[in-house]
Design a protein around this ligand. Structure first.
Ligand code: CTP
Length: 475
């Protein structure tokens, strides 16, 4: 018995749910197998909450009988797809009849016909996802592995069971899935499989944006997102699904001076950020987008060489369009990403002479509750290969960090709101919402942050009256 086979025994324990499924399928004279991601992840010791059961017959009937046996009412039937799902504790178990599927060229929706277990395995995306384990009495626990999925798992290889062109033409989302699994598992994509991705990239256009973005987000949250982005770029998929990111790649040279390649720089920033951003999808998005406007703000002049003036501001303004195109949420998550992109240069741009309490208070106020994430992003952005420069920036970063802690302890700015708000300004001066209200509010806030007046209602009110006169507003 090889080591992988040893492992499967552990998760088919005697009184597990698999025994129940096996016994009911046996009574129905219907073959049943555990298949797909669950088998793969058990062998790789990854946690999973989804179990896929494939049966030679009706998946719905099998699920209903099992639900009855387990006395659970939570069986969900999807008649159109011929599938059913039951929840057992926190496990989601899907039942489906074995299928032989063929796809139309203009859609991902398959035409479904009943098939044998091998035909069902045939139509799956990768050999490591086509591995099945028998739940049938006489062969209980045996692997059904016609495509060498076990050996591909051992060799950390992603390979399609059929000719990859067929597998990807059948369902082009699988091209994204291949790259996603490569990023999650740190597996190689087999040569012919990758070649087929490169040759079929245009087919991704028939896939719904939401599905593409779901895979993209999984790549971003994986342990090795830069593997994924490099493969997306190399295959040609990146320029189709995320053209703004593709534009970061490349170096221009004028008068023998080149700038850094912002594609690789961004991936390095993301890698540096990984330990601080487990499950923090939006922080990782902020890292991906922090320099997104560098290509469009890039200028060269003889004195300064390459500059990217205002890329943080333009980048923040690009975020809504990118989020809209990728069908990412346009709510506070987007605003958070925008804020981090806008502020990503601020902490490190404070030089010794400009680290005043006022500048620190301003940074605390602008970053608010997202300050820690901003600081993680900012630190990760120090990627200089020049050792001296790196040490200098890290030192400066550390000084700013310590001073921020100090000022926050004293002034509690992070979750602070000025003592006078827009509503009060409008009532005092009998104003409707207008530009002047905003200007006055901003002046009061700045006066407090700059230490011009104290952070209390009395001083803020007196200041408001003086400034209102200067602005020509009367009580
Ligand atoms: N599958 C496929 N082609 C797809 C999607 C899924 O062949 N486009 C098959 C694979 O056999 C896969 C199984 O359906 O293992 C279950 O799919 P899904 O739950 O989406 O993926 P998992 O492999 O379980 O991985 P994850 O849960 O990480 O998405």
């Amino acid at each position: 018995m090889n080591t992988l086979e040893d492992k499967h025994i552990q998760f088919l324990k005697p009184n597990s749910i698999f025994r129940t499924i096996s016994s009911i399928a046996g009574q129905m004279n219907q073959e049943a197998y555990v298949i797909g991601g669950f088998v793969r992840d058990q062998i790789l010791k990854r946690s999973t909450k989804d179990i896929d059961i494939v049966t030679l017959g009706s998946g719905i009937e099998l699920a209903e009988k099992i639900a009855k046996e387990l006395k659970t009412s939570s069986v969900k039937v999807f008649k159109n797809f011929g599938t059913a799902m039951i929840m057992v504790n926190d496990l989601e178990i899907q039942f489906v009849g074995a299928r032989k599927e063929s796809y139309r060229s203009d859609s991902r929706n398959p035409i479904v016909e009943n098939g044998t277990i091998e035909e069902d395995q045939n139509r799956r995306d990768f050999t490591i996802n086509a591995l099945a384990i028998s739940l049938n009495n006489s062969t209980y626990g045996d692997f059904t592995d016609p495509f060498g999925g076990l050996s591909d798992l051992n060799n950390q290889l992603l390979k399609t069971p059929l000719n990859p062109v067929i597998t990807f033409t059948d369902d082009p989302l699988r091209m994204m899935r291949a790259i996603r699994f490569a990023s999650q598992l740190n597996f190689q994509i087999e040569e012919n499989t990758f070649k087929a991705i490169c040759e079929n990239i245009e087919r991704i256009k028939i896939v719904a944006q939401e599905r593409i973005t779901e895979e993209l987000n999984k790549i971003i949250l994986s342990n090795h997102p830069s593997i994924g982005f490099k493969l997306l770029e190399k295959s040609g998929l990146l320029k189709i699904i995320f053209p703004e990111f593709q534009l970061l790649k490349g170096i221009d040279v004028i008068d023998g001076k080149g700038h850094k390649d912002n594609f690789y720089h961004t991936l390095q920033v993301l890698e540096n950020l990984l330990p601080f951003s487990k499950n923090k999808l939006w922080l990782r998005w902020a890292a991906l987008l922090h320099d997104i406007a560098k290509p469009s703000t890039k200028r060269f002049n003889k004195k300064q060489g390459w500059t990217f003036h205002g890329h943080e501001d333009k980048g923040a303004r690009m975020v809504p369009t990118i989020f809209r195109n990728l069908k990412l949420p346009l709510d506070d998550k987007m605003k958070y990403v925008q804020k981090l992109v806008l502020l990503h240069l601020r902490p490190i741009s404070l030089t010794n002479s400009s680290i005043t309490d006022s500048a620190l208070r301003r940074l605390l106020f602008d970053a608010g509750k997202d300050l820690d994430d901003l600081m993680s992003l900012c630190k990760s952005d120090i990627t200089s290969k020049n050792k001296e420069k790196k040490i200098k920036y890290l030192k400066r970063f550390q000084t700013v960090k310590e001073k921020l802690i100090d000022v926050e302890k004293r002034d509690k700015i992070k979750n602070w709101q000025p003592p006078i708000d827009g509503k009060e300004i409008m009532t005092t001066f009998n104003l409707k919402p207008c530009k002047e209200v905003g200007v006055l509010k901003e002046m009061i806030k700045n006066a407090i942050l700059d230490g011009e007046i104290k952070n209390n209602y009395k001083e803020a009110k007196a200041y408001m009256i003086i400034k209102s006169k200067e602005l020509g507003i009367h009580e």
